[in-house]
Design a protein around this ligand. Structure first.
Ligand SMILES: Nc1ncnc2c1ncn2[C@@H]1O[C@H](COP(=O)(O)OP(=O)(O)OP(=O)(O)O)[C@@H](O)[C@H]1O
Ligand SMILES: CCCCCCCCCCCCC/C=C/[C@@H](O)[C@H](CO)NC(=O)CCCCC
Ligand SMILES: [Ca+2]
Length: 545
C-alpha cells in the first residue's frame, strides 16, 4: 500500500483477485474513484481498465466464500477473504443496472481495510437518503406497483442500507392526506410507486404541507410559494409515466431506484393553477385543453382497460376532431436564454436551467415590483381563436409514446412554460402534427401551430366570455351543446376540460403561473451521451474528472 503524502488520505493500491486472476485495484480518495486493471491480460484480450466513481457505488459488503475455485492458486487457500462492491452499470438507452464485483485476497486485515475504506467513502456521499417514506398505488398502470416495489426496489434499498416506511394506498388521495399528518421532516425523501397521477398526488401533499407549515395561503395566486427541499423519487408503475421518462430518460423501476440511492437531485418547475382566487391544482407536465382534455375525459370512463385506454380514447378523440373557441392571454418569459424552437435539449446539468437558478430568490426580492409590472405592463399578449388543442408544458413531456415529447426543447427547471397553440385545421393536418411527435420532424413547423415560452397565462372559453361571466364558471349550463347551424362542422359550443398531469380540473377558466424550481426529484435529467457500454471506459472518466 502507498504511504500518506502531506497528511492526505493515502491512495489504496492492492493486488486482489478477481475470479482467478490478480488485478491491481486502486482507491483514489482525492478523485473519489475505485478502479481495477488486469496488469497481465491473457493473450489476445485487451487489459480493460474499469472505473467506478464513489458517487455510483451502491454498497460494499464482506462476502462469505467457500472454496469455490476448482483450480488455480486460490484452491490451496484454507480461508480466502473477500468483499463485494455493488455499483451502477450503465446499460442501453439511459437504463441503469446494479452490477457487482467481488475481490478476493488471502490477508484478512487487507480485506477489512478495503471494506472499511470503501464504507468511509460511501459515508462521504452526503446527498444520499437514509430514510424514505414510500407510497405505493396498487392500482396504477398495469396494477403491478406492489410487485415492482417488493421484487425490484425494496432489495436495492435494503442493500444500500436505506430504511423505509411503506404505505400501500387504499383510496385516491390517501397519500396526499397522509402527507399532511405525518412528520415529513424525519425523512430524506418521499417515494411514489405509480404513474403521473400518483406522483401528482404526492407532490400536492408535499408542496401543500410545506406551504401550510410556512403560513402560505395556496388560494392566493400571487403568493410566493416556499421551495420544497424534501426530494420525491418516482418508481414508474403507471400508464404514461411522463414525469419519470422526461427526467430520467427511461421508465424502468431499477434505474429510478438507483437514482434515488445515489442521491441525485433534479430541480423541477411547478405551475400553480387558480380560478377566481381559488387554488385548483399544481402541474409539472401537461396542462392540456381540447385534444388532451377530451382524451382524458373519455379515458377515465375506461380505466378498466388499463394502459391502452389512452390509445383507444386518443383514436376516438382524433376522429371527433372538436375545436374550441377562446382567449389565451400570456406573459412571455424574458429571463431565460432558451427558445422552444432550439435544437439543443435540456440535459443533465443544463446550462439554461442553472442560469435560471437565481430566479426564485430574485422573484422573492422583486415580488412587489414584478407583480405591478405584470398587471399594468404591455407585455401581456392576447390571442383569440379556434383551437384543437392548447397545451402548456413545464417539461418536454417525453414518454414511451412520444420519446421527444410535446415540446422537445422545454426545460425542467428554467422557470418557464412552453405554451403550444394548435389552431383549427383539417384532420389530415392534425394527424401530420401528431405523427411528428413520434419522428424527428419538427412538430412546430406548421402554419396552424404556434409555440411560446412564457411565465404566466390565462384562458377563458368563448362561451364563458359571451355569457359575460368573466372568471366565474357558468359554462356547465351549456355543457354538451353543439353547433346547430353546422351539425357536421365539429364546432363544439361546449367546453372541453383541462387535463392537468392526467387529472381533470374543475374549471375551464384558469390562470396559471410557473414557480421556478419549486421542488426536487431524485433524478439528474437525461444524460447527454448516455454510455451504452457495460462500464465506464477510460475516456469517459477522464471527461468526468
Ligand atoms: N388505492 C387506490 N385506489 C384507487 N385510486 C388510487 C389509489 N391510490 C392512488 N390512487 C389514484 O389513482 C390515480 C391514478 O394512478 P397512477 O397515476 O398511479 O396510474 P395511471 O393513471 O394508470 O398512470 P399515469 O398517471 O402515468 O397515466 C391517481 O390519481 C391516484 O390518486
Ligand atoms: C398516429 C400516431 C400519433 C401518435 C401521437 C402521440 C402523441 C403522444 C403525446 C403524448 C404526450 C403525453 C403527455 C403526458 C401527459 C401526462 O401528464 C398524462 C398523465 O399521465 N397522460 C395523459 O394525459 C395521456 C395522454 C395520452 C395521449 C395519447
Ligand atoms: Ca420549464
Amino acid at each position: 500500500m502507498e504511504q500518506p503524502a502531506g497528511g492526505r488520505r493515502p491512495r489504496l493500491v492492492s493486488s486482489l483477485a478477481l475470479g482467478q486472476r490478480a488485478w491491481e485495484v486502486t482507491l483514489e480518495w482525492e478523485r473519489g474513484l475505485l478502479s481495477w486493471r488486469d496488469p497481465q491480460p491473457p493473450r489476445g484480450r485487451h487489459g480493460g481498465n474499469c472505473f467506478v466513481p464513489a458517487s455510483e457505488i451502491i454498497a460494499v459488503e464482506e462476502t462469505e466464500i467457500e472454496k469455490q475455485c476448482s483450480s488455480g492458486k486460490w484452491q490451496k487457500m484454507a480461508k480466502p477473504h473477500a468483499f463485494t462492491v455493488y455499483y451502477v452499470k450503465r446499460a442501453q438507452k439511459h437504463r441503469w443496472q446494479c452490477n457487482e464485483v467481488t475481490f478476493w485476497c488471502v490477508d484478512e486485515q487487507l480485506c477489512n481495510q478495503w471494506i472499511q475504506a470503501l464504507k468511509e467513502l460511501l459515508e462521504l456521499q452526503k446527498s444520499r437518503p437514509k430514510q424514505l417514506l414510500v407510497y405505493i398505488n396498487p392500482y396504477g398502470g398495469k396494477q403491478q406497483g406492489k410487485r415492482i416495489y417488493e421484487q425490484k426496489v425494496a432489495p436495492l434499498f435494503s442493500l444500500a442500507s436505506i430504511s423505509t416506511d411503506v404505505v400501500i394506498t387504499e383510496h385516491a388521495n390517501h397519500a396526499k392526506d397522509n402527507l399532511f399528518e405525518v412528520n415529513i421532516y424525519k425523512y430524506d425523501g418521499i417515494v411514489c410507486v405509480g404513474g403521473d397521477g400518483m406522483f401528482s398526488e404526492v407532490m400536492h401533499g408535499l408542496i401543500g404541507r410545506i406551504q401550510k407549515d410556512s403560513g402560505i395561503d395556496q388560494n392566493n395566486p400571487k403568493a410566493p410559494l416556499v421551495q420544497c427541499n424534501i426530494r420525491i423519487g418516482i418508481i414508474p408503475a403507471g400508464s404514461t409515466d411522463c414525469v419519470c421518462y422526461a427526467t430520467v430518460g427511461v421508465t424502468d423501476p431499477v434505474t429510478s431506484a438507483l437514482h434515488i440511492i445515489v442521491g441525485d437531485s433534479q430541480p423541477l418547475d411547478v405551475s400553480s393553477i387558480h380560478h377566481n382566487n381559488t387554488f385548483l391544482k399544481y402541474s409539472v407536465s401537461l396542462l392540456g385543453y381540447g385534444f388532451y382534455g377530451d382524451i382524458l375525459k373519455d379515458s377515465e370512463k375506461k380505466r378498466w382497460m388499463g394502459t391502452i385506454r389512452y390509445d383507444f380514447s386518443g383514436f376516438k378523440t382524433f376522429l371527433s376532431h372538436h375545436y374550441y373557441e377562446g382567449t389565451v392571454s400570456f406573459l412571455p418569459a424574458k429571463h431565460t436564454l432558451g427558445s422552444p424552437r432550439d435544437k439543443k435539449r435540456c440535459r443533465t446539468g443544463c446550462y439554461i436551467c442553472r442560469q435560471s437558478k437565481q430566479q426564485p430568490e430574485e422573484q422573492q426580492k422583486n415580488y412587489g415590483l414584478e407583480h405591478n409590472e405584470d398587471e399594468g405592463g404591455d407585455d401581456w399578449r392576447v390571442i383569440k381563436g379556434k383551437f384543437l388543442a392548447i397545451n402548456a408544458v413545464n417539461m418536454s413531456c417525453a414518454c414511451p409514446r412520444s420519446p421527444k415529447g410535446l415540446s422537445p426543447a422545454a426545460h425542467l427547471a428554467d422557470g418557464s412554460i412552453d405554451l403550444i397553440l394548435v389552431r383549427k385545421c383539417s384532420r389530415f393536418n392534425f394527424l401530420r402534427y401528431l405523427v411528428r411527435h413520434t419522428n424527428q420532424d419538427d412538430q412546430f413547423d406548421f402554419t396552424f401551430v404556434e409555440v411560446y415560452r412564457i411565465k404566466k397565462f390565462q384562458f377563458t372559453s368563448k362561451h364563458l366570455e359571451d355569457s359575460d361571466s368573466g372568471v366565474k364558471d357558468v359554462g356547465k349550463k351549456r355543457f354538451g351543446q353543439f353547433c346547430r347551424d353546422h351539425p357536421a362542422c365539429c364546432c363544439n359550443l361546449s367546453n372541453s376540460i383541462w387535463n392537468c398531469d392526467g387529472e381533470t380540473l374543475d374549471s375551464s377558466a384558469i390562470e396559471v403561473r410557473v414557480h421556478c424550481q419549486l421542488m426536487k426529484l431524485f433524478a439528474r435529467g437525461i444524460e447527454e451521451n448516455s454510455n451504452d457500454e457495460a462500464i465506464y471506459n477510460q475516456s469517459t472518466v477522464e471527461q468526468l474528472l
